[in-house]
Design a protein around this ligand. Sequence first.
Ligand code: SIN
Length: 483
Amino acid sequence: MISDQWLKSACYIDGRWIGADDGQTIPVTNPATGETLGSVPRCGRAETSRAIAAASRAFVSWRGFLAKERAELMFALADALLKEKAALGELLTREQGKSRAEAEGEIAGGAAFFRWFGEEAKRVYGDTIPSPWPGKRIIVTKEPVGVVGAITPWNFPHSMIARKLAAALGAGCTMVIKPASQTPLSALAVAALCEKVGIPAGVVNVVTGSAAPIAAEMCENPAVRKITFTGSTEVGKDLGARALAHMKRVSMELGGNAPFIVFDDADLDAAVKGAMLSKFRNSGQTCVCANRILVQAGVYDAFAAKFAEAVRALKIGDGLAPGVEQGPLIDMHAIEKVEEHISDAKANGARVVAGGVRHPLGGTFFEPTVLTGVTDAMKIAKEETFGPVAPLFRFETEAEAIAMANATEYGLACYFYTNDLGRAWRMMEALDYGMIGVNEGLASTEVAPFGGVKDSGMGREGSKYGLEDYLNIKYALFGGLGV
Ligand code: SIN
């Protein structure tokens, strides 16, 4: 049973644990059991404004820390996360539903972000630029953007915070985090560990509550200099427009419609393994998960048979139970979307070869599903399902695969399997995506740039590019040097 120390019922603002001004709360429930885990404050603009003021005050000293001092605190945070991996993994599974193995992996991944950006903090280099004038010198320095407002989703309650916060802390920024209302406990656990390892008050603040007033305060408060958001394209566009109205920097990690392409020359077993990972990680609730599986005609039936067999073998249940690979979906809206996509596909001629219905466990459990005979005319071709449904499309030629893959307004992740080196190179260049897995079904890591093009957003998280998103460039021209 999870220890009470992780079941926080207060927000973390300016180094203090506080409730909402009006005492209102939001319940947090376990999607696997329906059990209420606890409740968190339903804060609004006033509490957010105080958190921003605290982050502004803290920014003055935090930016002045030596990079190696910030790094030491971040390493301590990474160590603390790893030490508490089992407890935090359990907490994450209880509030979000994913399997315990995935949840613990997510905590370890978060720790890796703090370690990586702690190291990168020491490498915020500038430039000297050859002067076009005598007696003058040009230098470029990088400075933290300032207070950052972060709005994070429920599908990765820990790592979506870690990869934003780690970059911000490394750059010397302070942050106000608004976690998803379904999964605030993992965010509050990070705040508790920040407090424990001695990150100064006000540097990290977590405000739970309703998205609309908190986001409005973040977008309109002049002290916030950057908004970072992970979530739907619809919300991202709205937030981005509001942030830009106040000339704030934005990073947007938005929706995807990832193609997963299997060519005739692919290693089919590897492709099935990659598709399982890509499609069914977190029960299909990731923005990088395969949304359209495009299979070349010569291997379509063989791939479909092997893949459906692997899908039928997935173990479904409460994420805390040993061996479970697929937990429940987050809520009934998720189930309804999955059902809508399946029934639309069936009505238009697709065939269900695995799953297709709610799981006998009830609640928000759903059978992992494989559909064959799927075409571009179906909803599932255009919309992100965000659930455990794998639609198999058929194609004949490489050119057709490229055209199908790029026929979407999204451009986050895509994957393809081939053993032809020339084809691999051509595909890599032709696909309009921010991230490409070549014979790989999962590409996320703290050392590489995560992010998309087109309606999938802007900015990058992780890697040296992720740090740049939290830095402003300053150019200084030194004149009168007499040399
Ligand atoms: C997501 O943003 O949904 C996926 C995150 C990841 O793969 O790290």
